[in-house]
Design a protein around this ligand. Structure first.
Ligand code: GLA
Length: 411
């Protein structure tokens, strides 16, 4: 009985179930054709960031991996200039006229409409479709469901073909949709991870030069995402505030050294020298970013030399800095990290993504995964009264078209 409860506590990522999606489309009530072979399915993964948090919009370094939880769209391409897309989960319809996209509405349809708008701005051809959108990403969990929707939409708007532009520009186009249409001033990390994901690897990105490369994840180590069970709070407004605080700090430090264009350019020594000029908040925000950029570099070399204790220490230091200096953790995230850190077989844990609720990333020895799930369930409930989501994920490839449905009638 106990073993059963533990097994149930851990959700594993899964391959896209094409037949189920095609059935959902057939029963959606949308006016679609009758041959299953005409249905196309595209998929965009979510992401988890190993380390390098709130560094992307400071021109710094990030190390995310695309994961086997994500967003799929099954659709019939159409010749009209209209999108009708139904959420499989809520049944809500997003209807968008591609000739007149209009302003944002304040719903999930904005990610689709914004992507269409940004693709047109970038000079890409787009076309209409009728579709069903399905997500295996927990909602509001900070695993980049928005970037996954944007990139799945980009592929559907391109009739299921790879959008005809350089992949980095595609990631930037999706980021532009979120910045300029949805109104979140996010950096490039999420869209980059969703486009460039690679099986078994994280990807390091230099957010200034846009140079990137895959970094192999260690063998025998599981990636486990734990969800607080609480949606993110105030995420958009607090996120935009953090970004302004970082810009304020960089502008002030630049008065001491005019080579500073962003916090990326600030060394620990320069930060110390700047301390008297900065208000306490700006100083702590900057200290997080300066330290976190260094931790990304240290993490890459720890991963490459298989230094498991160093990996754990870097994750712990990142969490402490996000909690104390950047102030984006929460009581629940701290509880998840503390419980995980005490569980046997844990290498390290920290909050991941923007924060203010959402998820933690945990590196756990393969043979300790079940015990980890049980420890999280019991320990987190004791501390918070909440049940955590525990997801064992794998690093996967980026957005793509999934093998088409087989022929036959949809009825
Ligand atoms: C969100 C943003 C990213 C990044 C992270 C924090 O996920 O979309 O661009 O800033 O927060 O690292």
């Amino acid at each position: 009985m106990v073993g059963y409860a533990v097994a149930m506590a851990i959700t594993r990522g899964a391959a896209v179930d094409v037949d189920r999606l095609v059935d959902a489309l057939a029963h959606s009530g949308l006016a679609v054709g009758s041959d299953r072979a005409d249905v196309r399915v595209v998929h965009a993964p979510g992401r988890v960031n190993l380390i390098g948090e709130h560094t992307d919009y400071n021109d710094g370094f990030v190390l995310p991996a695309a994961i086997d939880l994500g967003v799929s769209i099954a659709f019939w391409p159409t010749e009209d200039r209209r999108i009708e897309l139904i959420s499989a989960e809520s049944g809500e319809l997003a209807a968008i006229d591609l000739e007149d996209i209009g302003p944002r509405r304040g719903t999930w349809a904005d990610y689709i409409a914004g992507t269409a708008w940004a693709m047109v701005e970038a000079g890409l051809p787009i076309s209409g479709f009728r579709g069903v959108l399905d997500s295996t990403l927990p909602a509001g969990a900070g695993l980049s469901s928005s970037a996954a929707i944007e990139l799945a939409a980009a592929w559907a708007l391109s009739r299921g073909d790879e959008p005809a532009m350089d992949p980095m520009r595609l990631a930037q186009t999706a980021q532009h949709a979120e910045n300029a249409y949805v109104g979140v001033r996010c950096g490039l990390m999420d869209q980059f991870a969703v486009v460039f994901g690679r099986v078994g690897h994280a990807q390091v990105l230099d957010c200034r030069s846009l140079e990137h490369r895959p970094v192999a994840l260690p063998a025998g180590v599981a990636l486990i995402v734990c969800h607080t069970g609480q949606p993110r709070r105030l995420a958009t407004s607090e996120f935009n505030t953090r970004r302004q605080e970082c810009e304020r700090a960089a502008a002030e430090i630049a008065r001491l050294d005019d080579r500073v264009r962003a916090l990326r350019d600030v060394s620990p020594e320069l930060l110390e020298r700047s301390r008297p000029r900065l208000d306490a908040t700006a100083f702590r925000r900057a200290r997080h970013v300066v330290g976190e950029n260094g931790r990304v570099m240290s993490m890459i070399s720890a991963l490459e030399r298989g230094d498991i204790p160093a990996i754990g220490q870097l994750l712990a230091a990142s969490h402490a800095s996000l909690r104390d200096d950047f102030e984006v953790s929460s009581h629940e995230l701290d509880a998840l990290v503390e419980v995980a850190t005490m569980a046997p077989g844990t290498i390290g844990a920290r909050m991941t993504g923007a924060g203010f609720g959402g998820c933690t990333i945990n590196l756990v020895h393969d043979d300790a995964v079940d015990g980890f799930g049980a420890a999280m369930l019991a320990g987190y409930r004791d501390r918070t009264g909440l049940v955590p989501g525990v997801f064992m994920v794998r690093a996967v490839d980026g957005a793509h078209r999934v093998a088409d449905a087989k022929g036959g009638s949809v009825a």
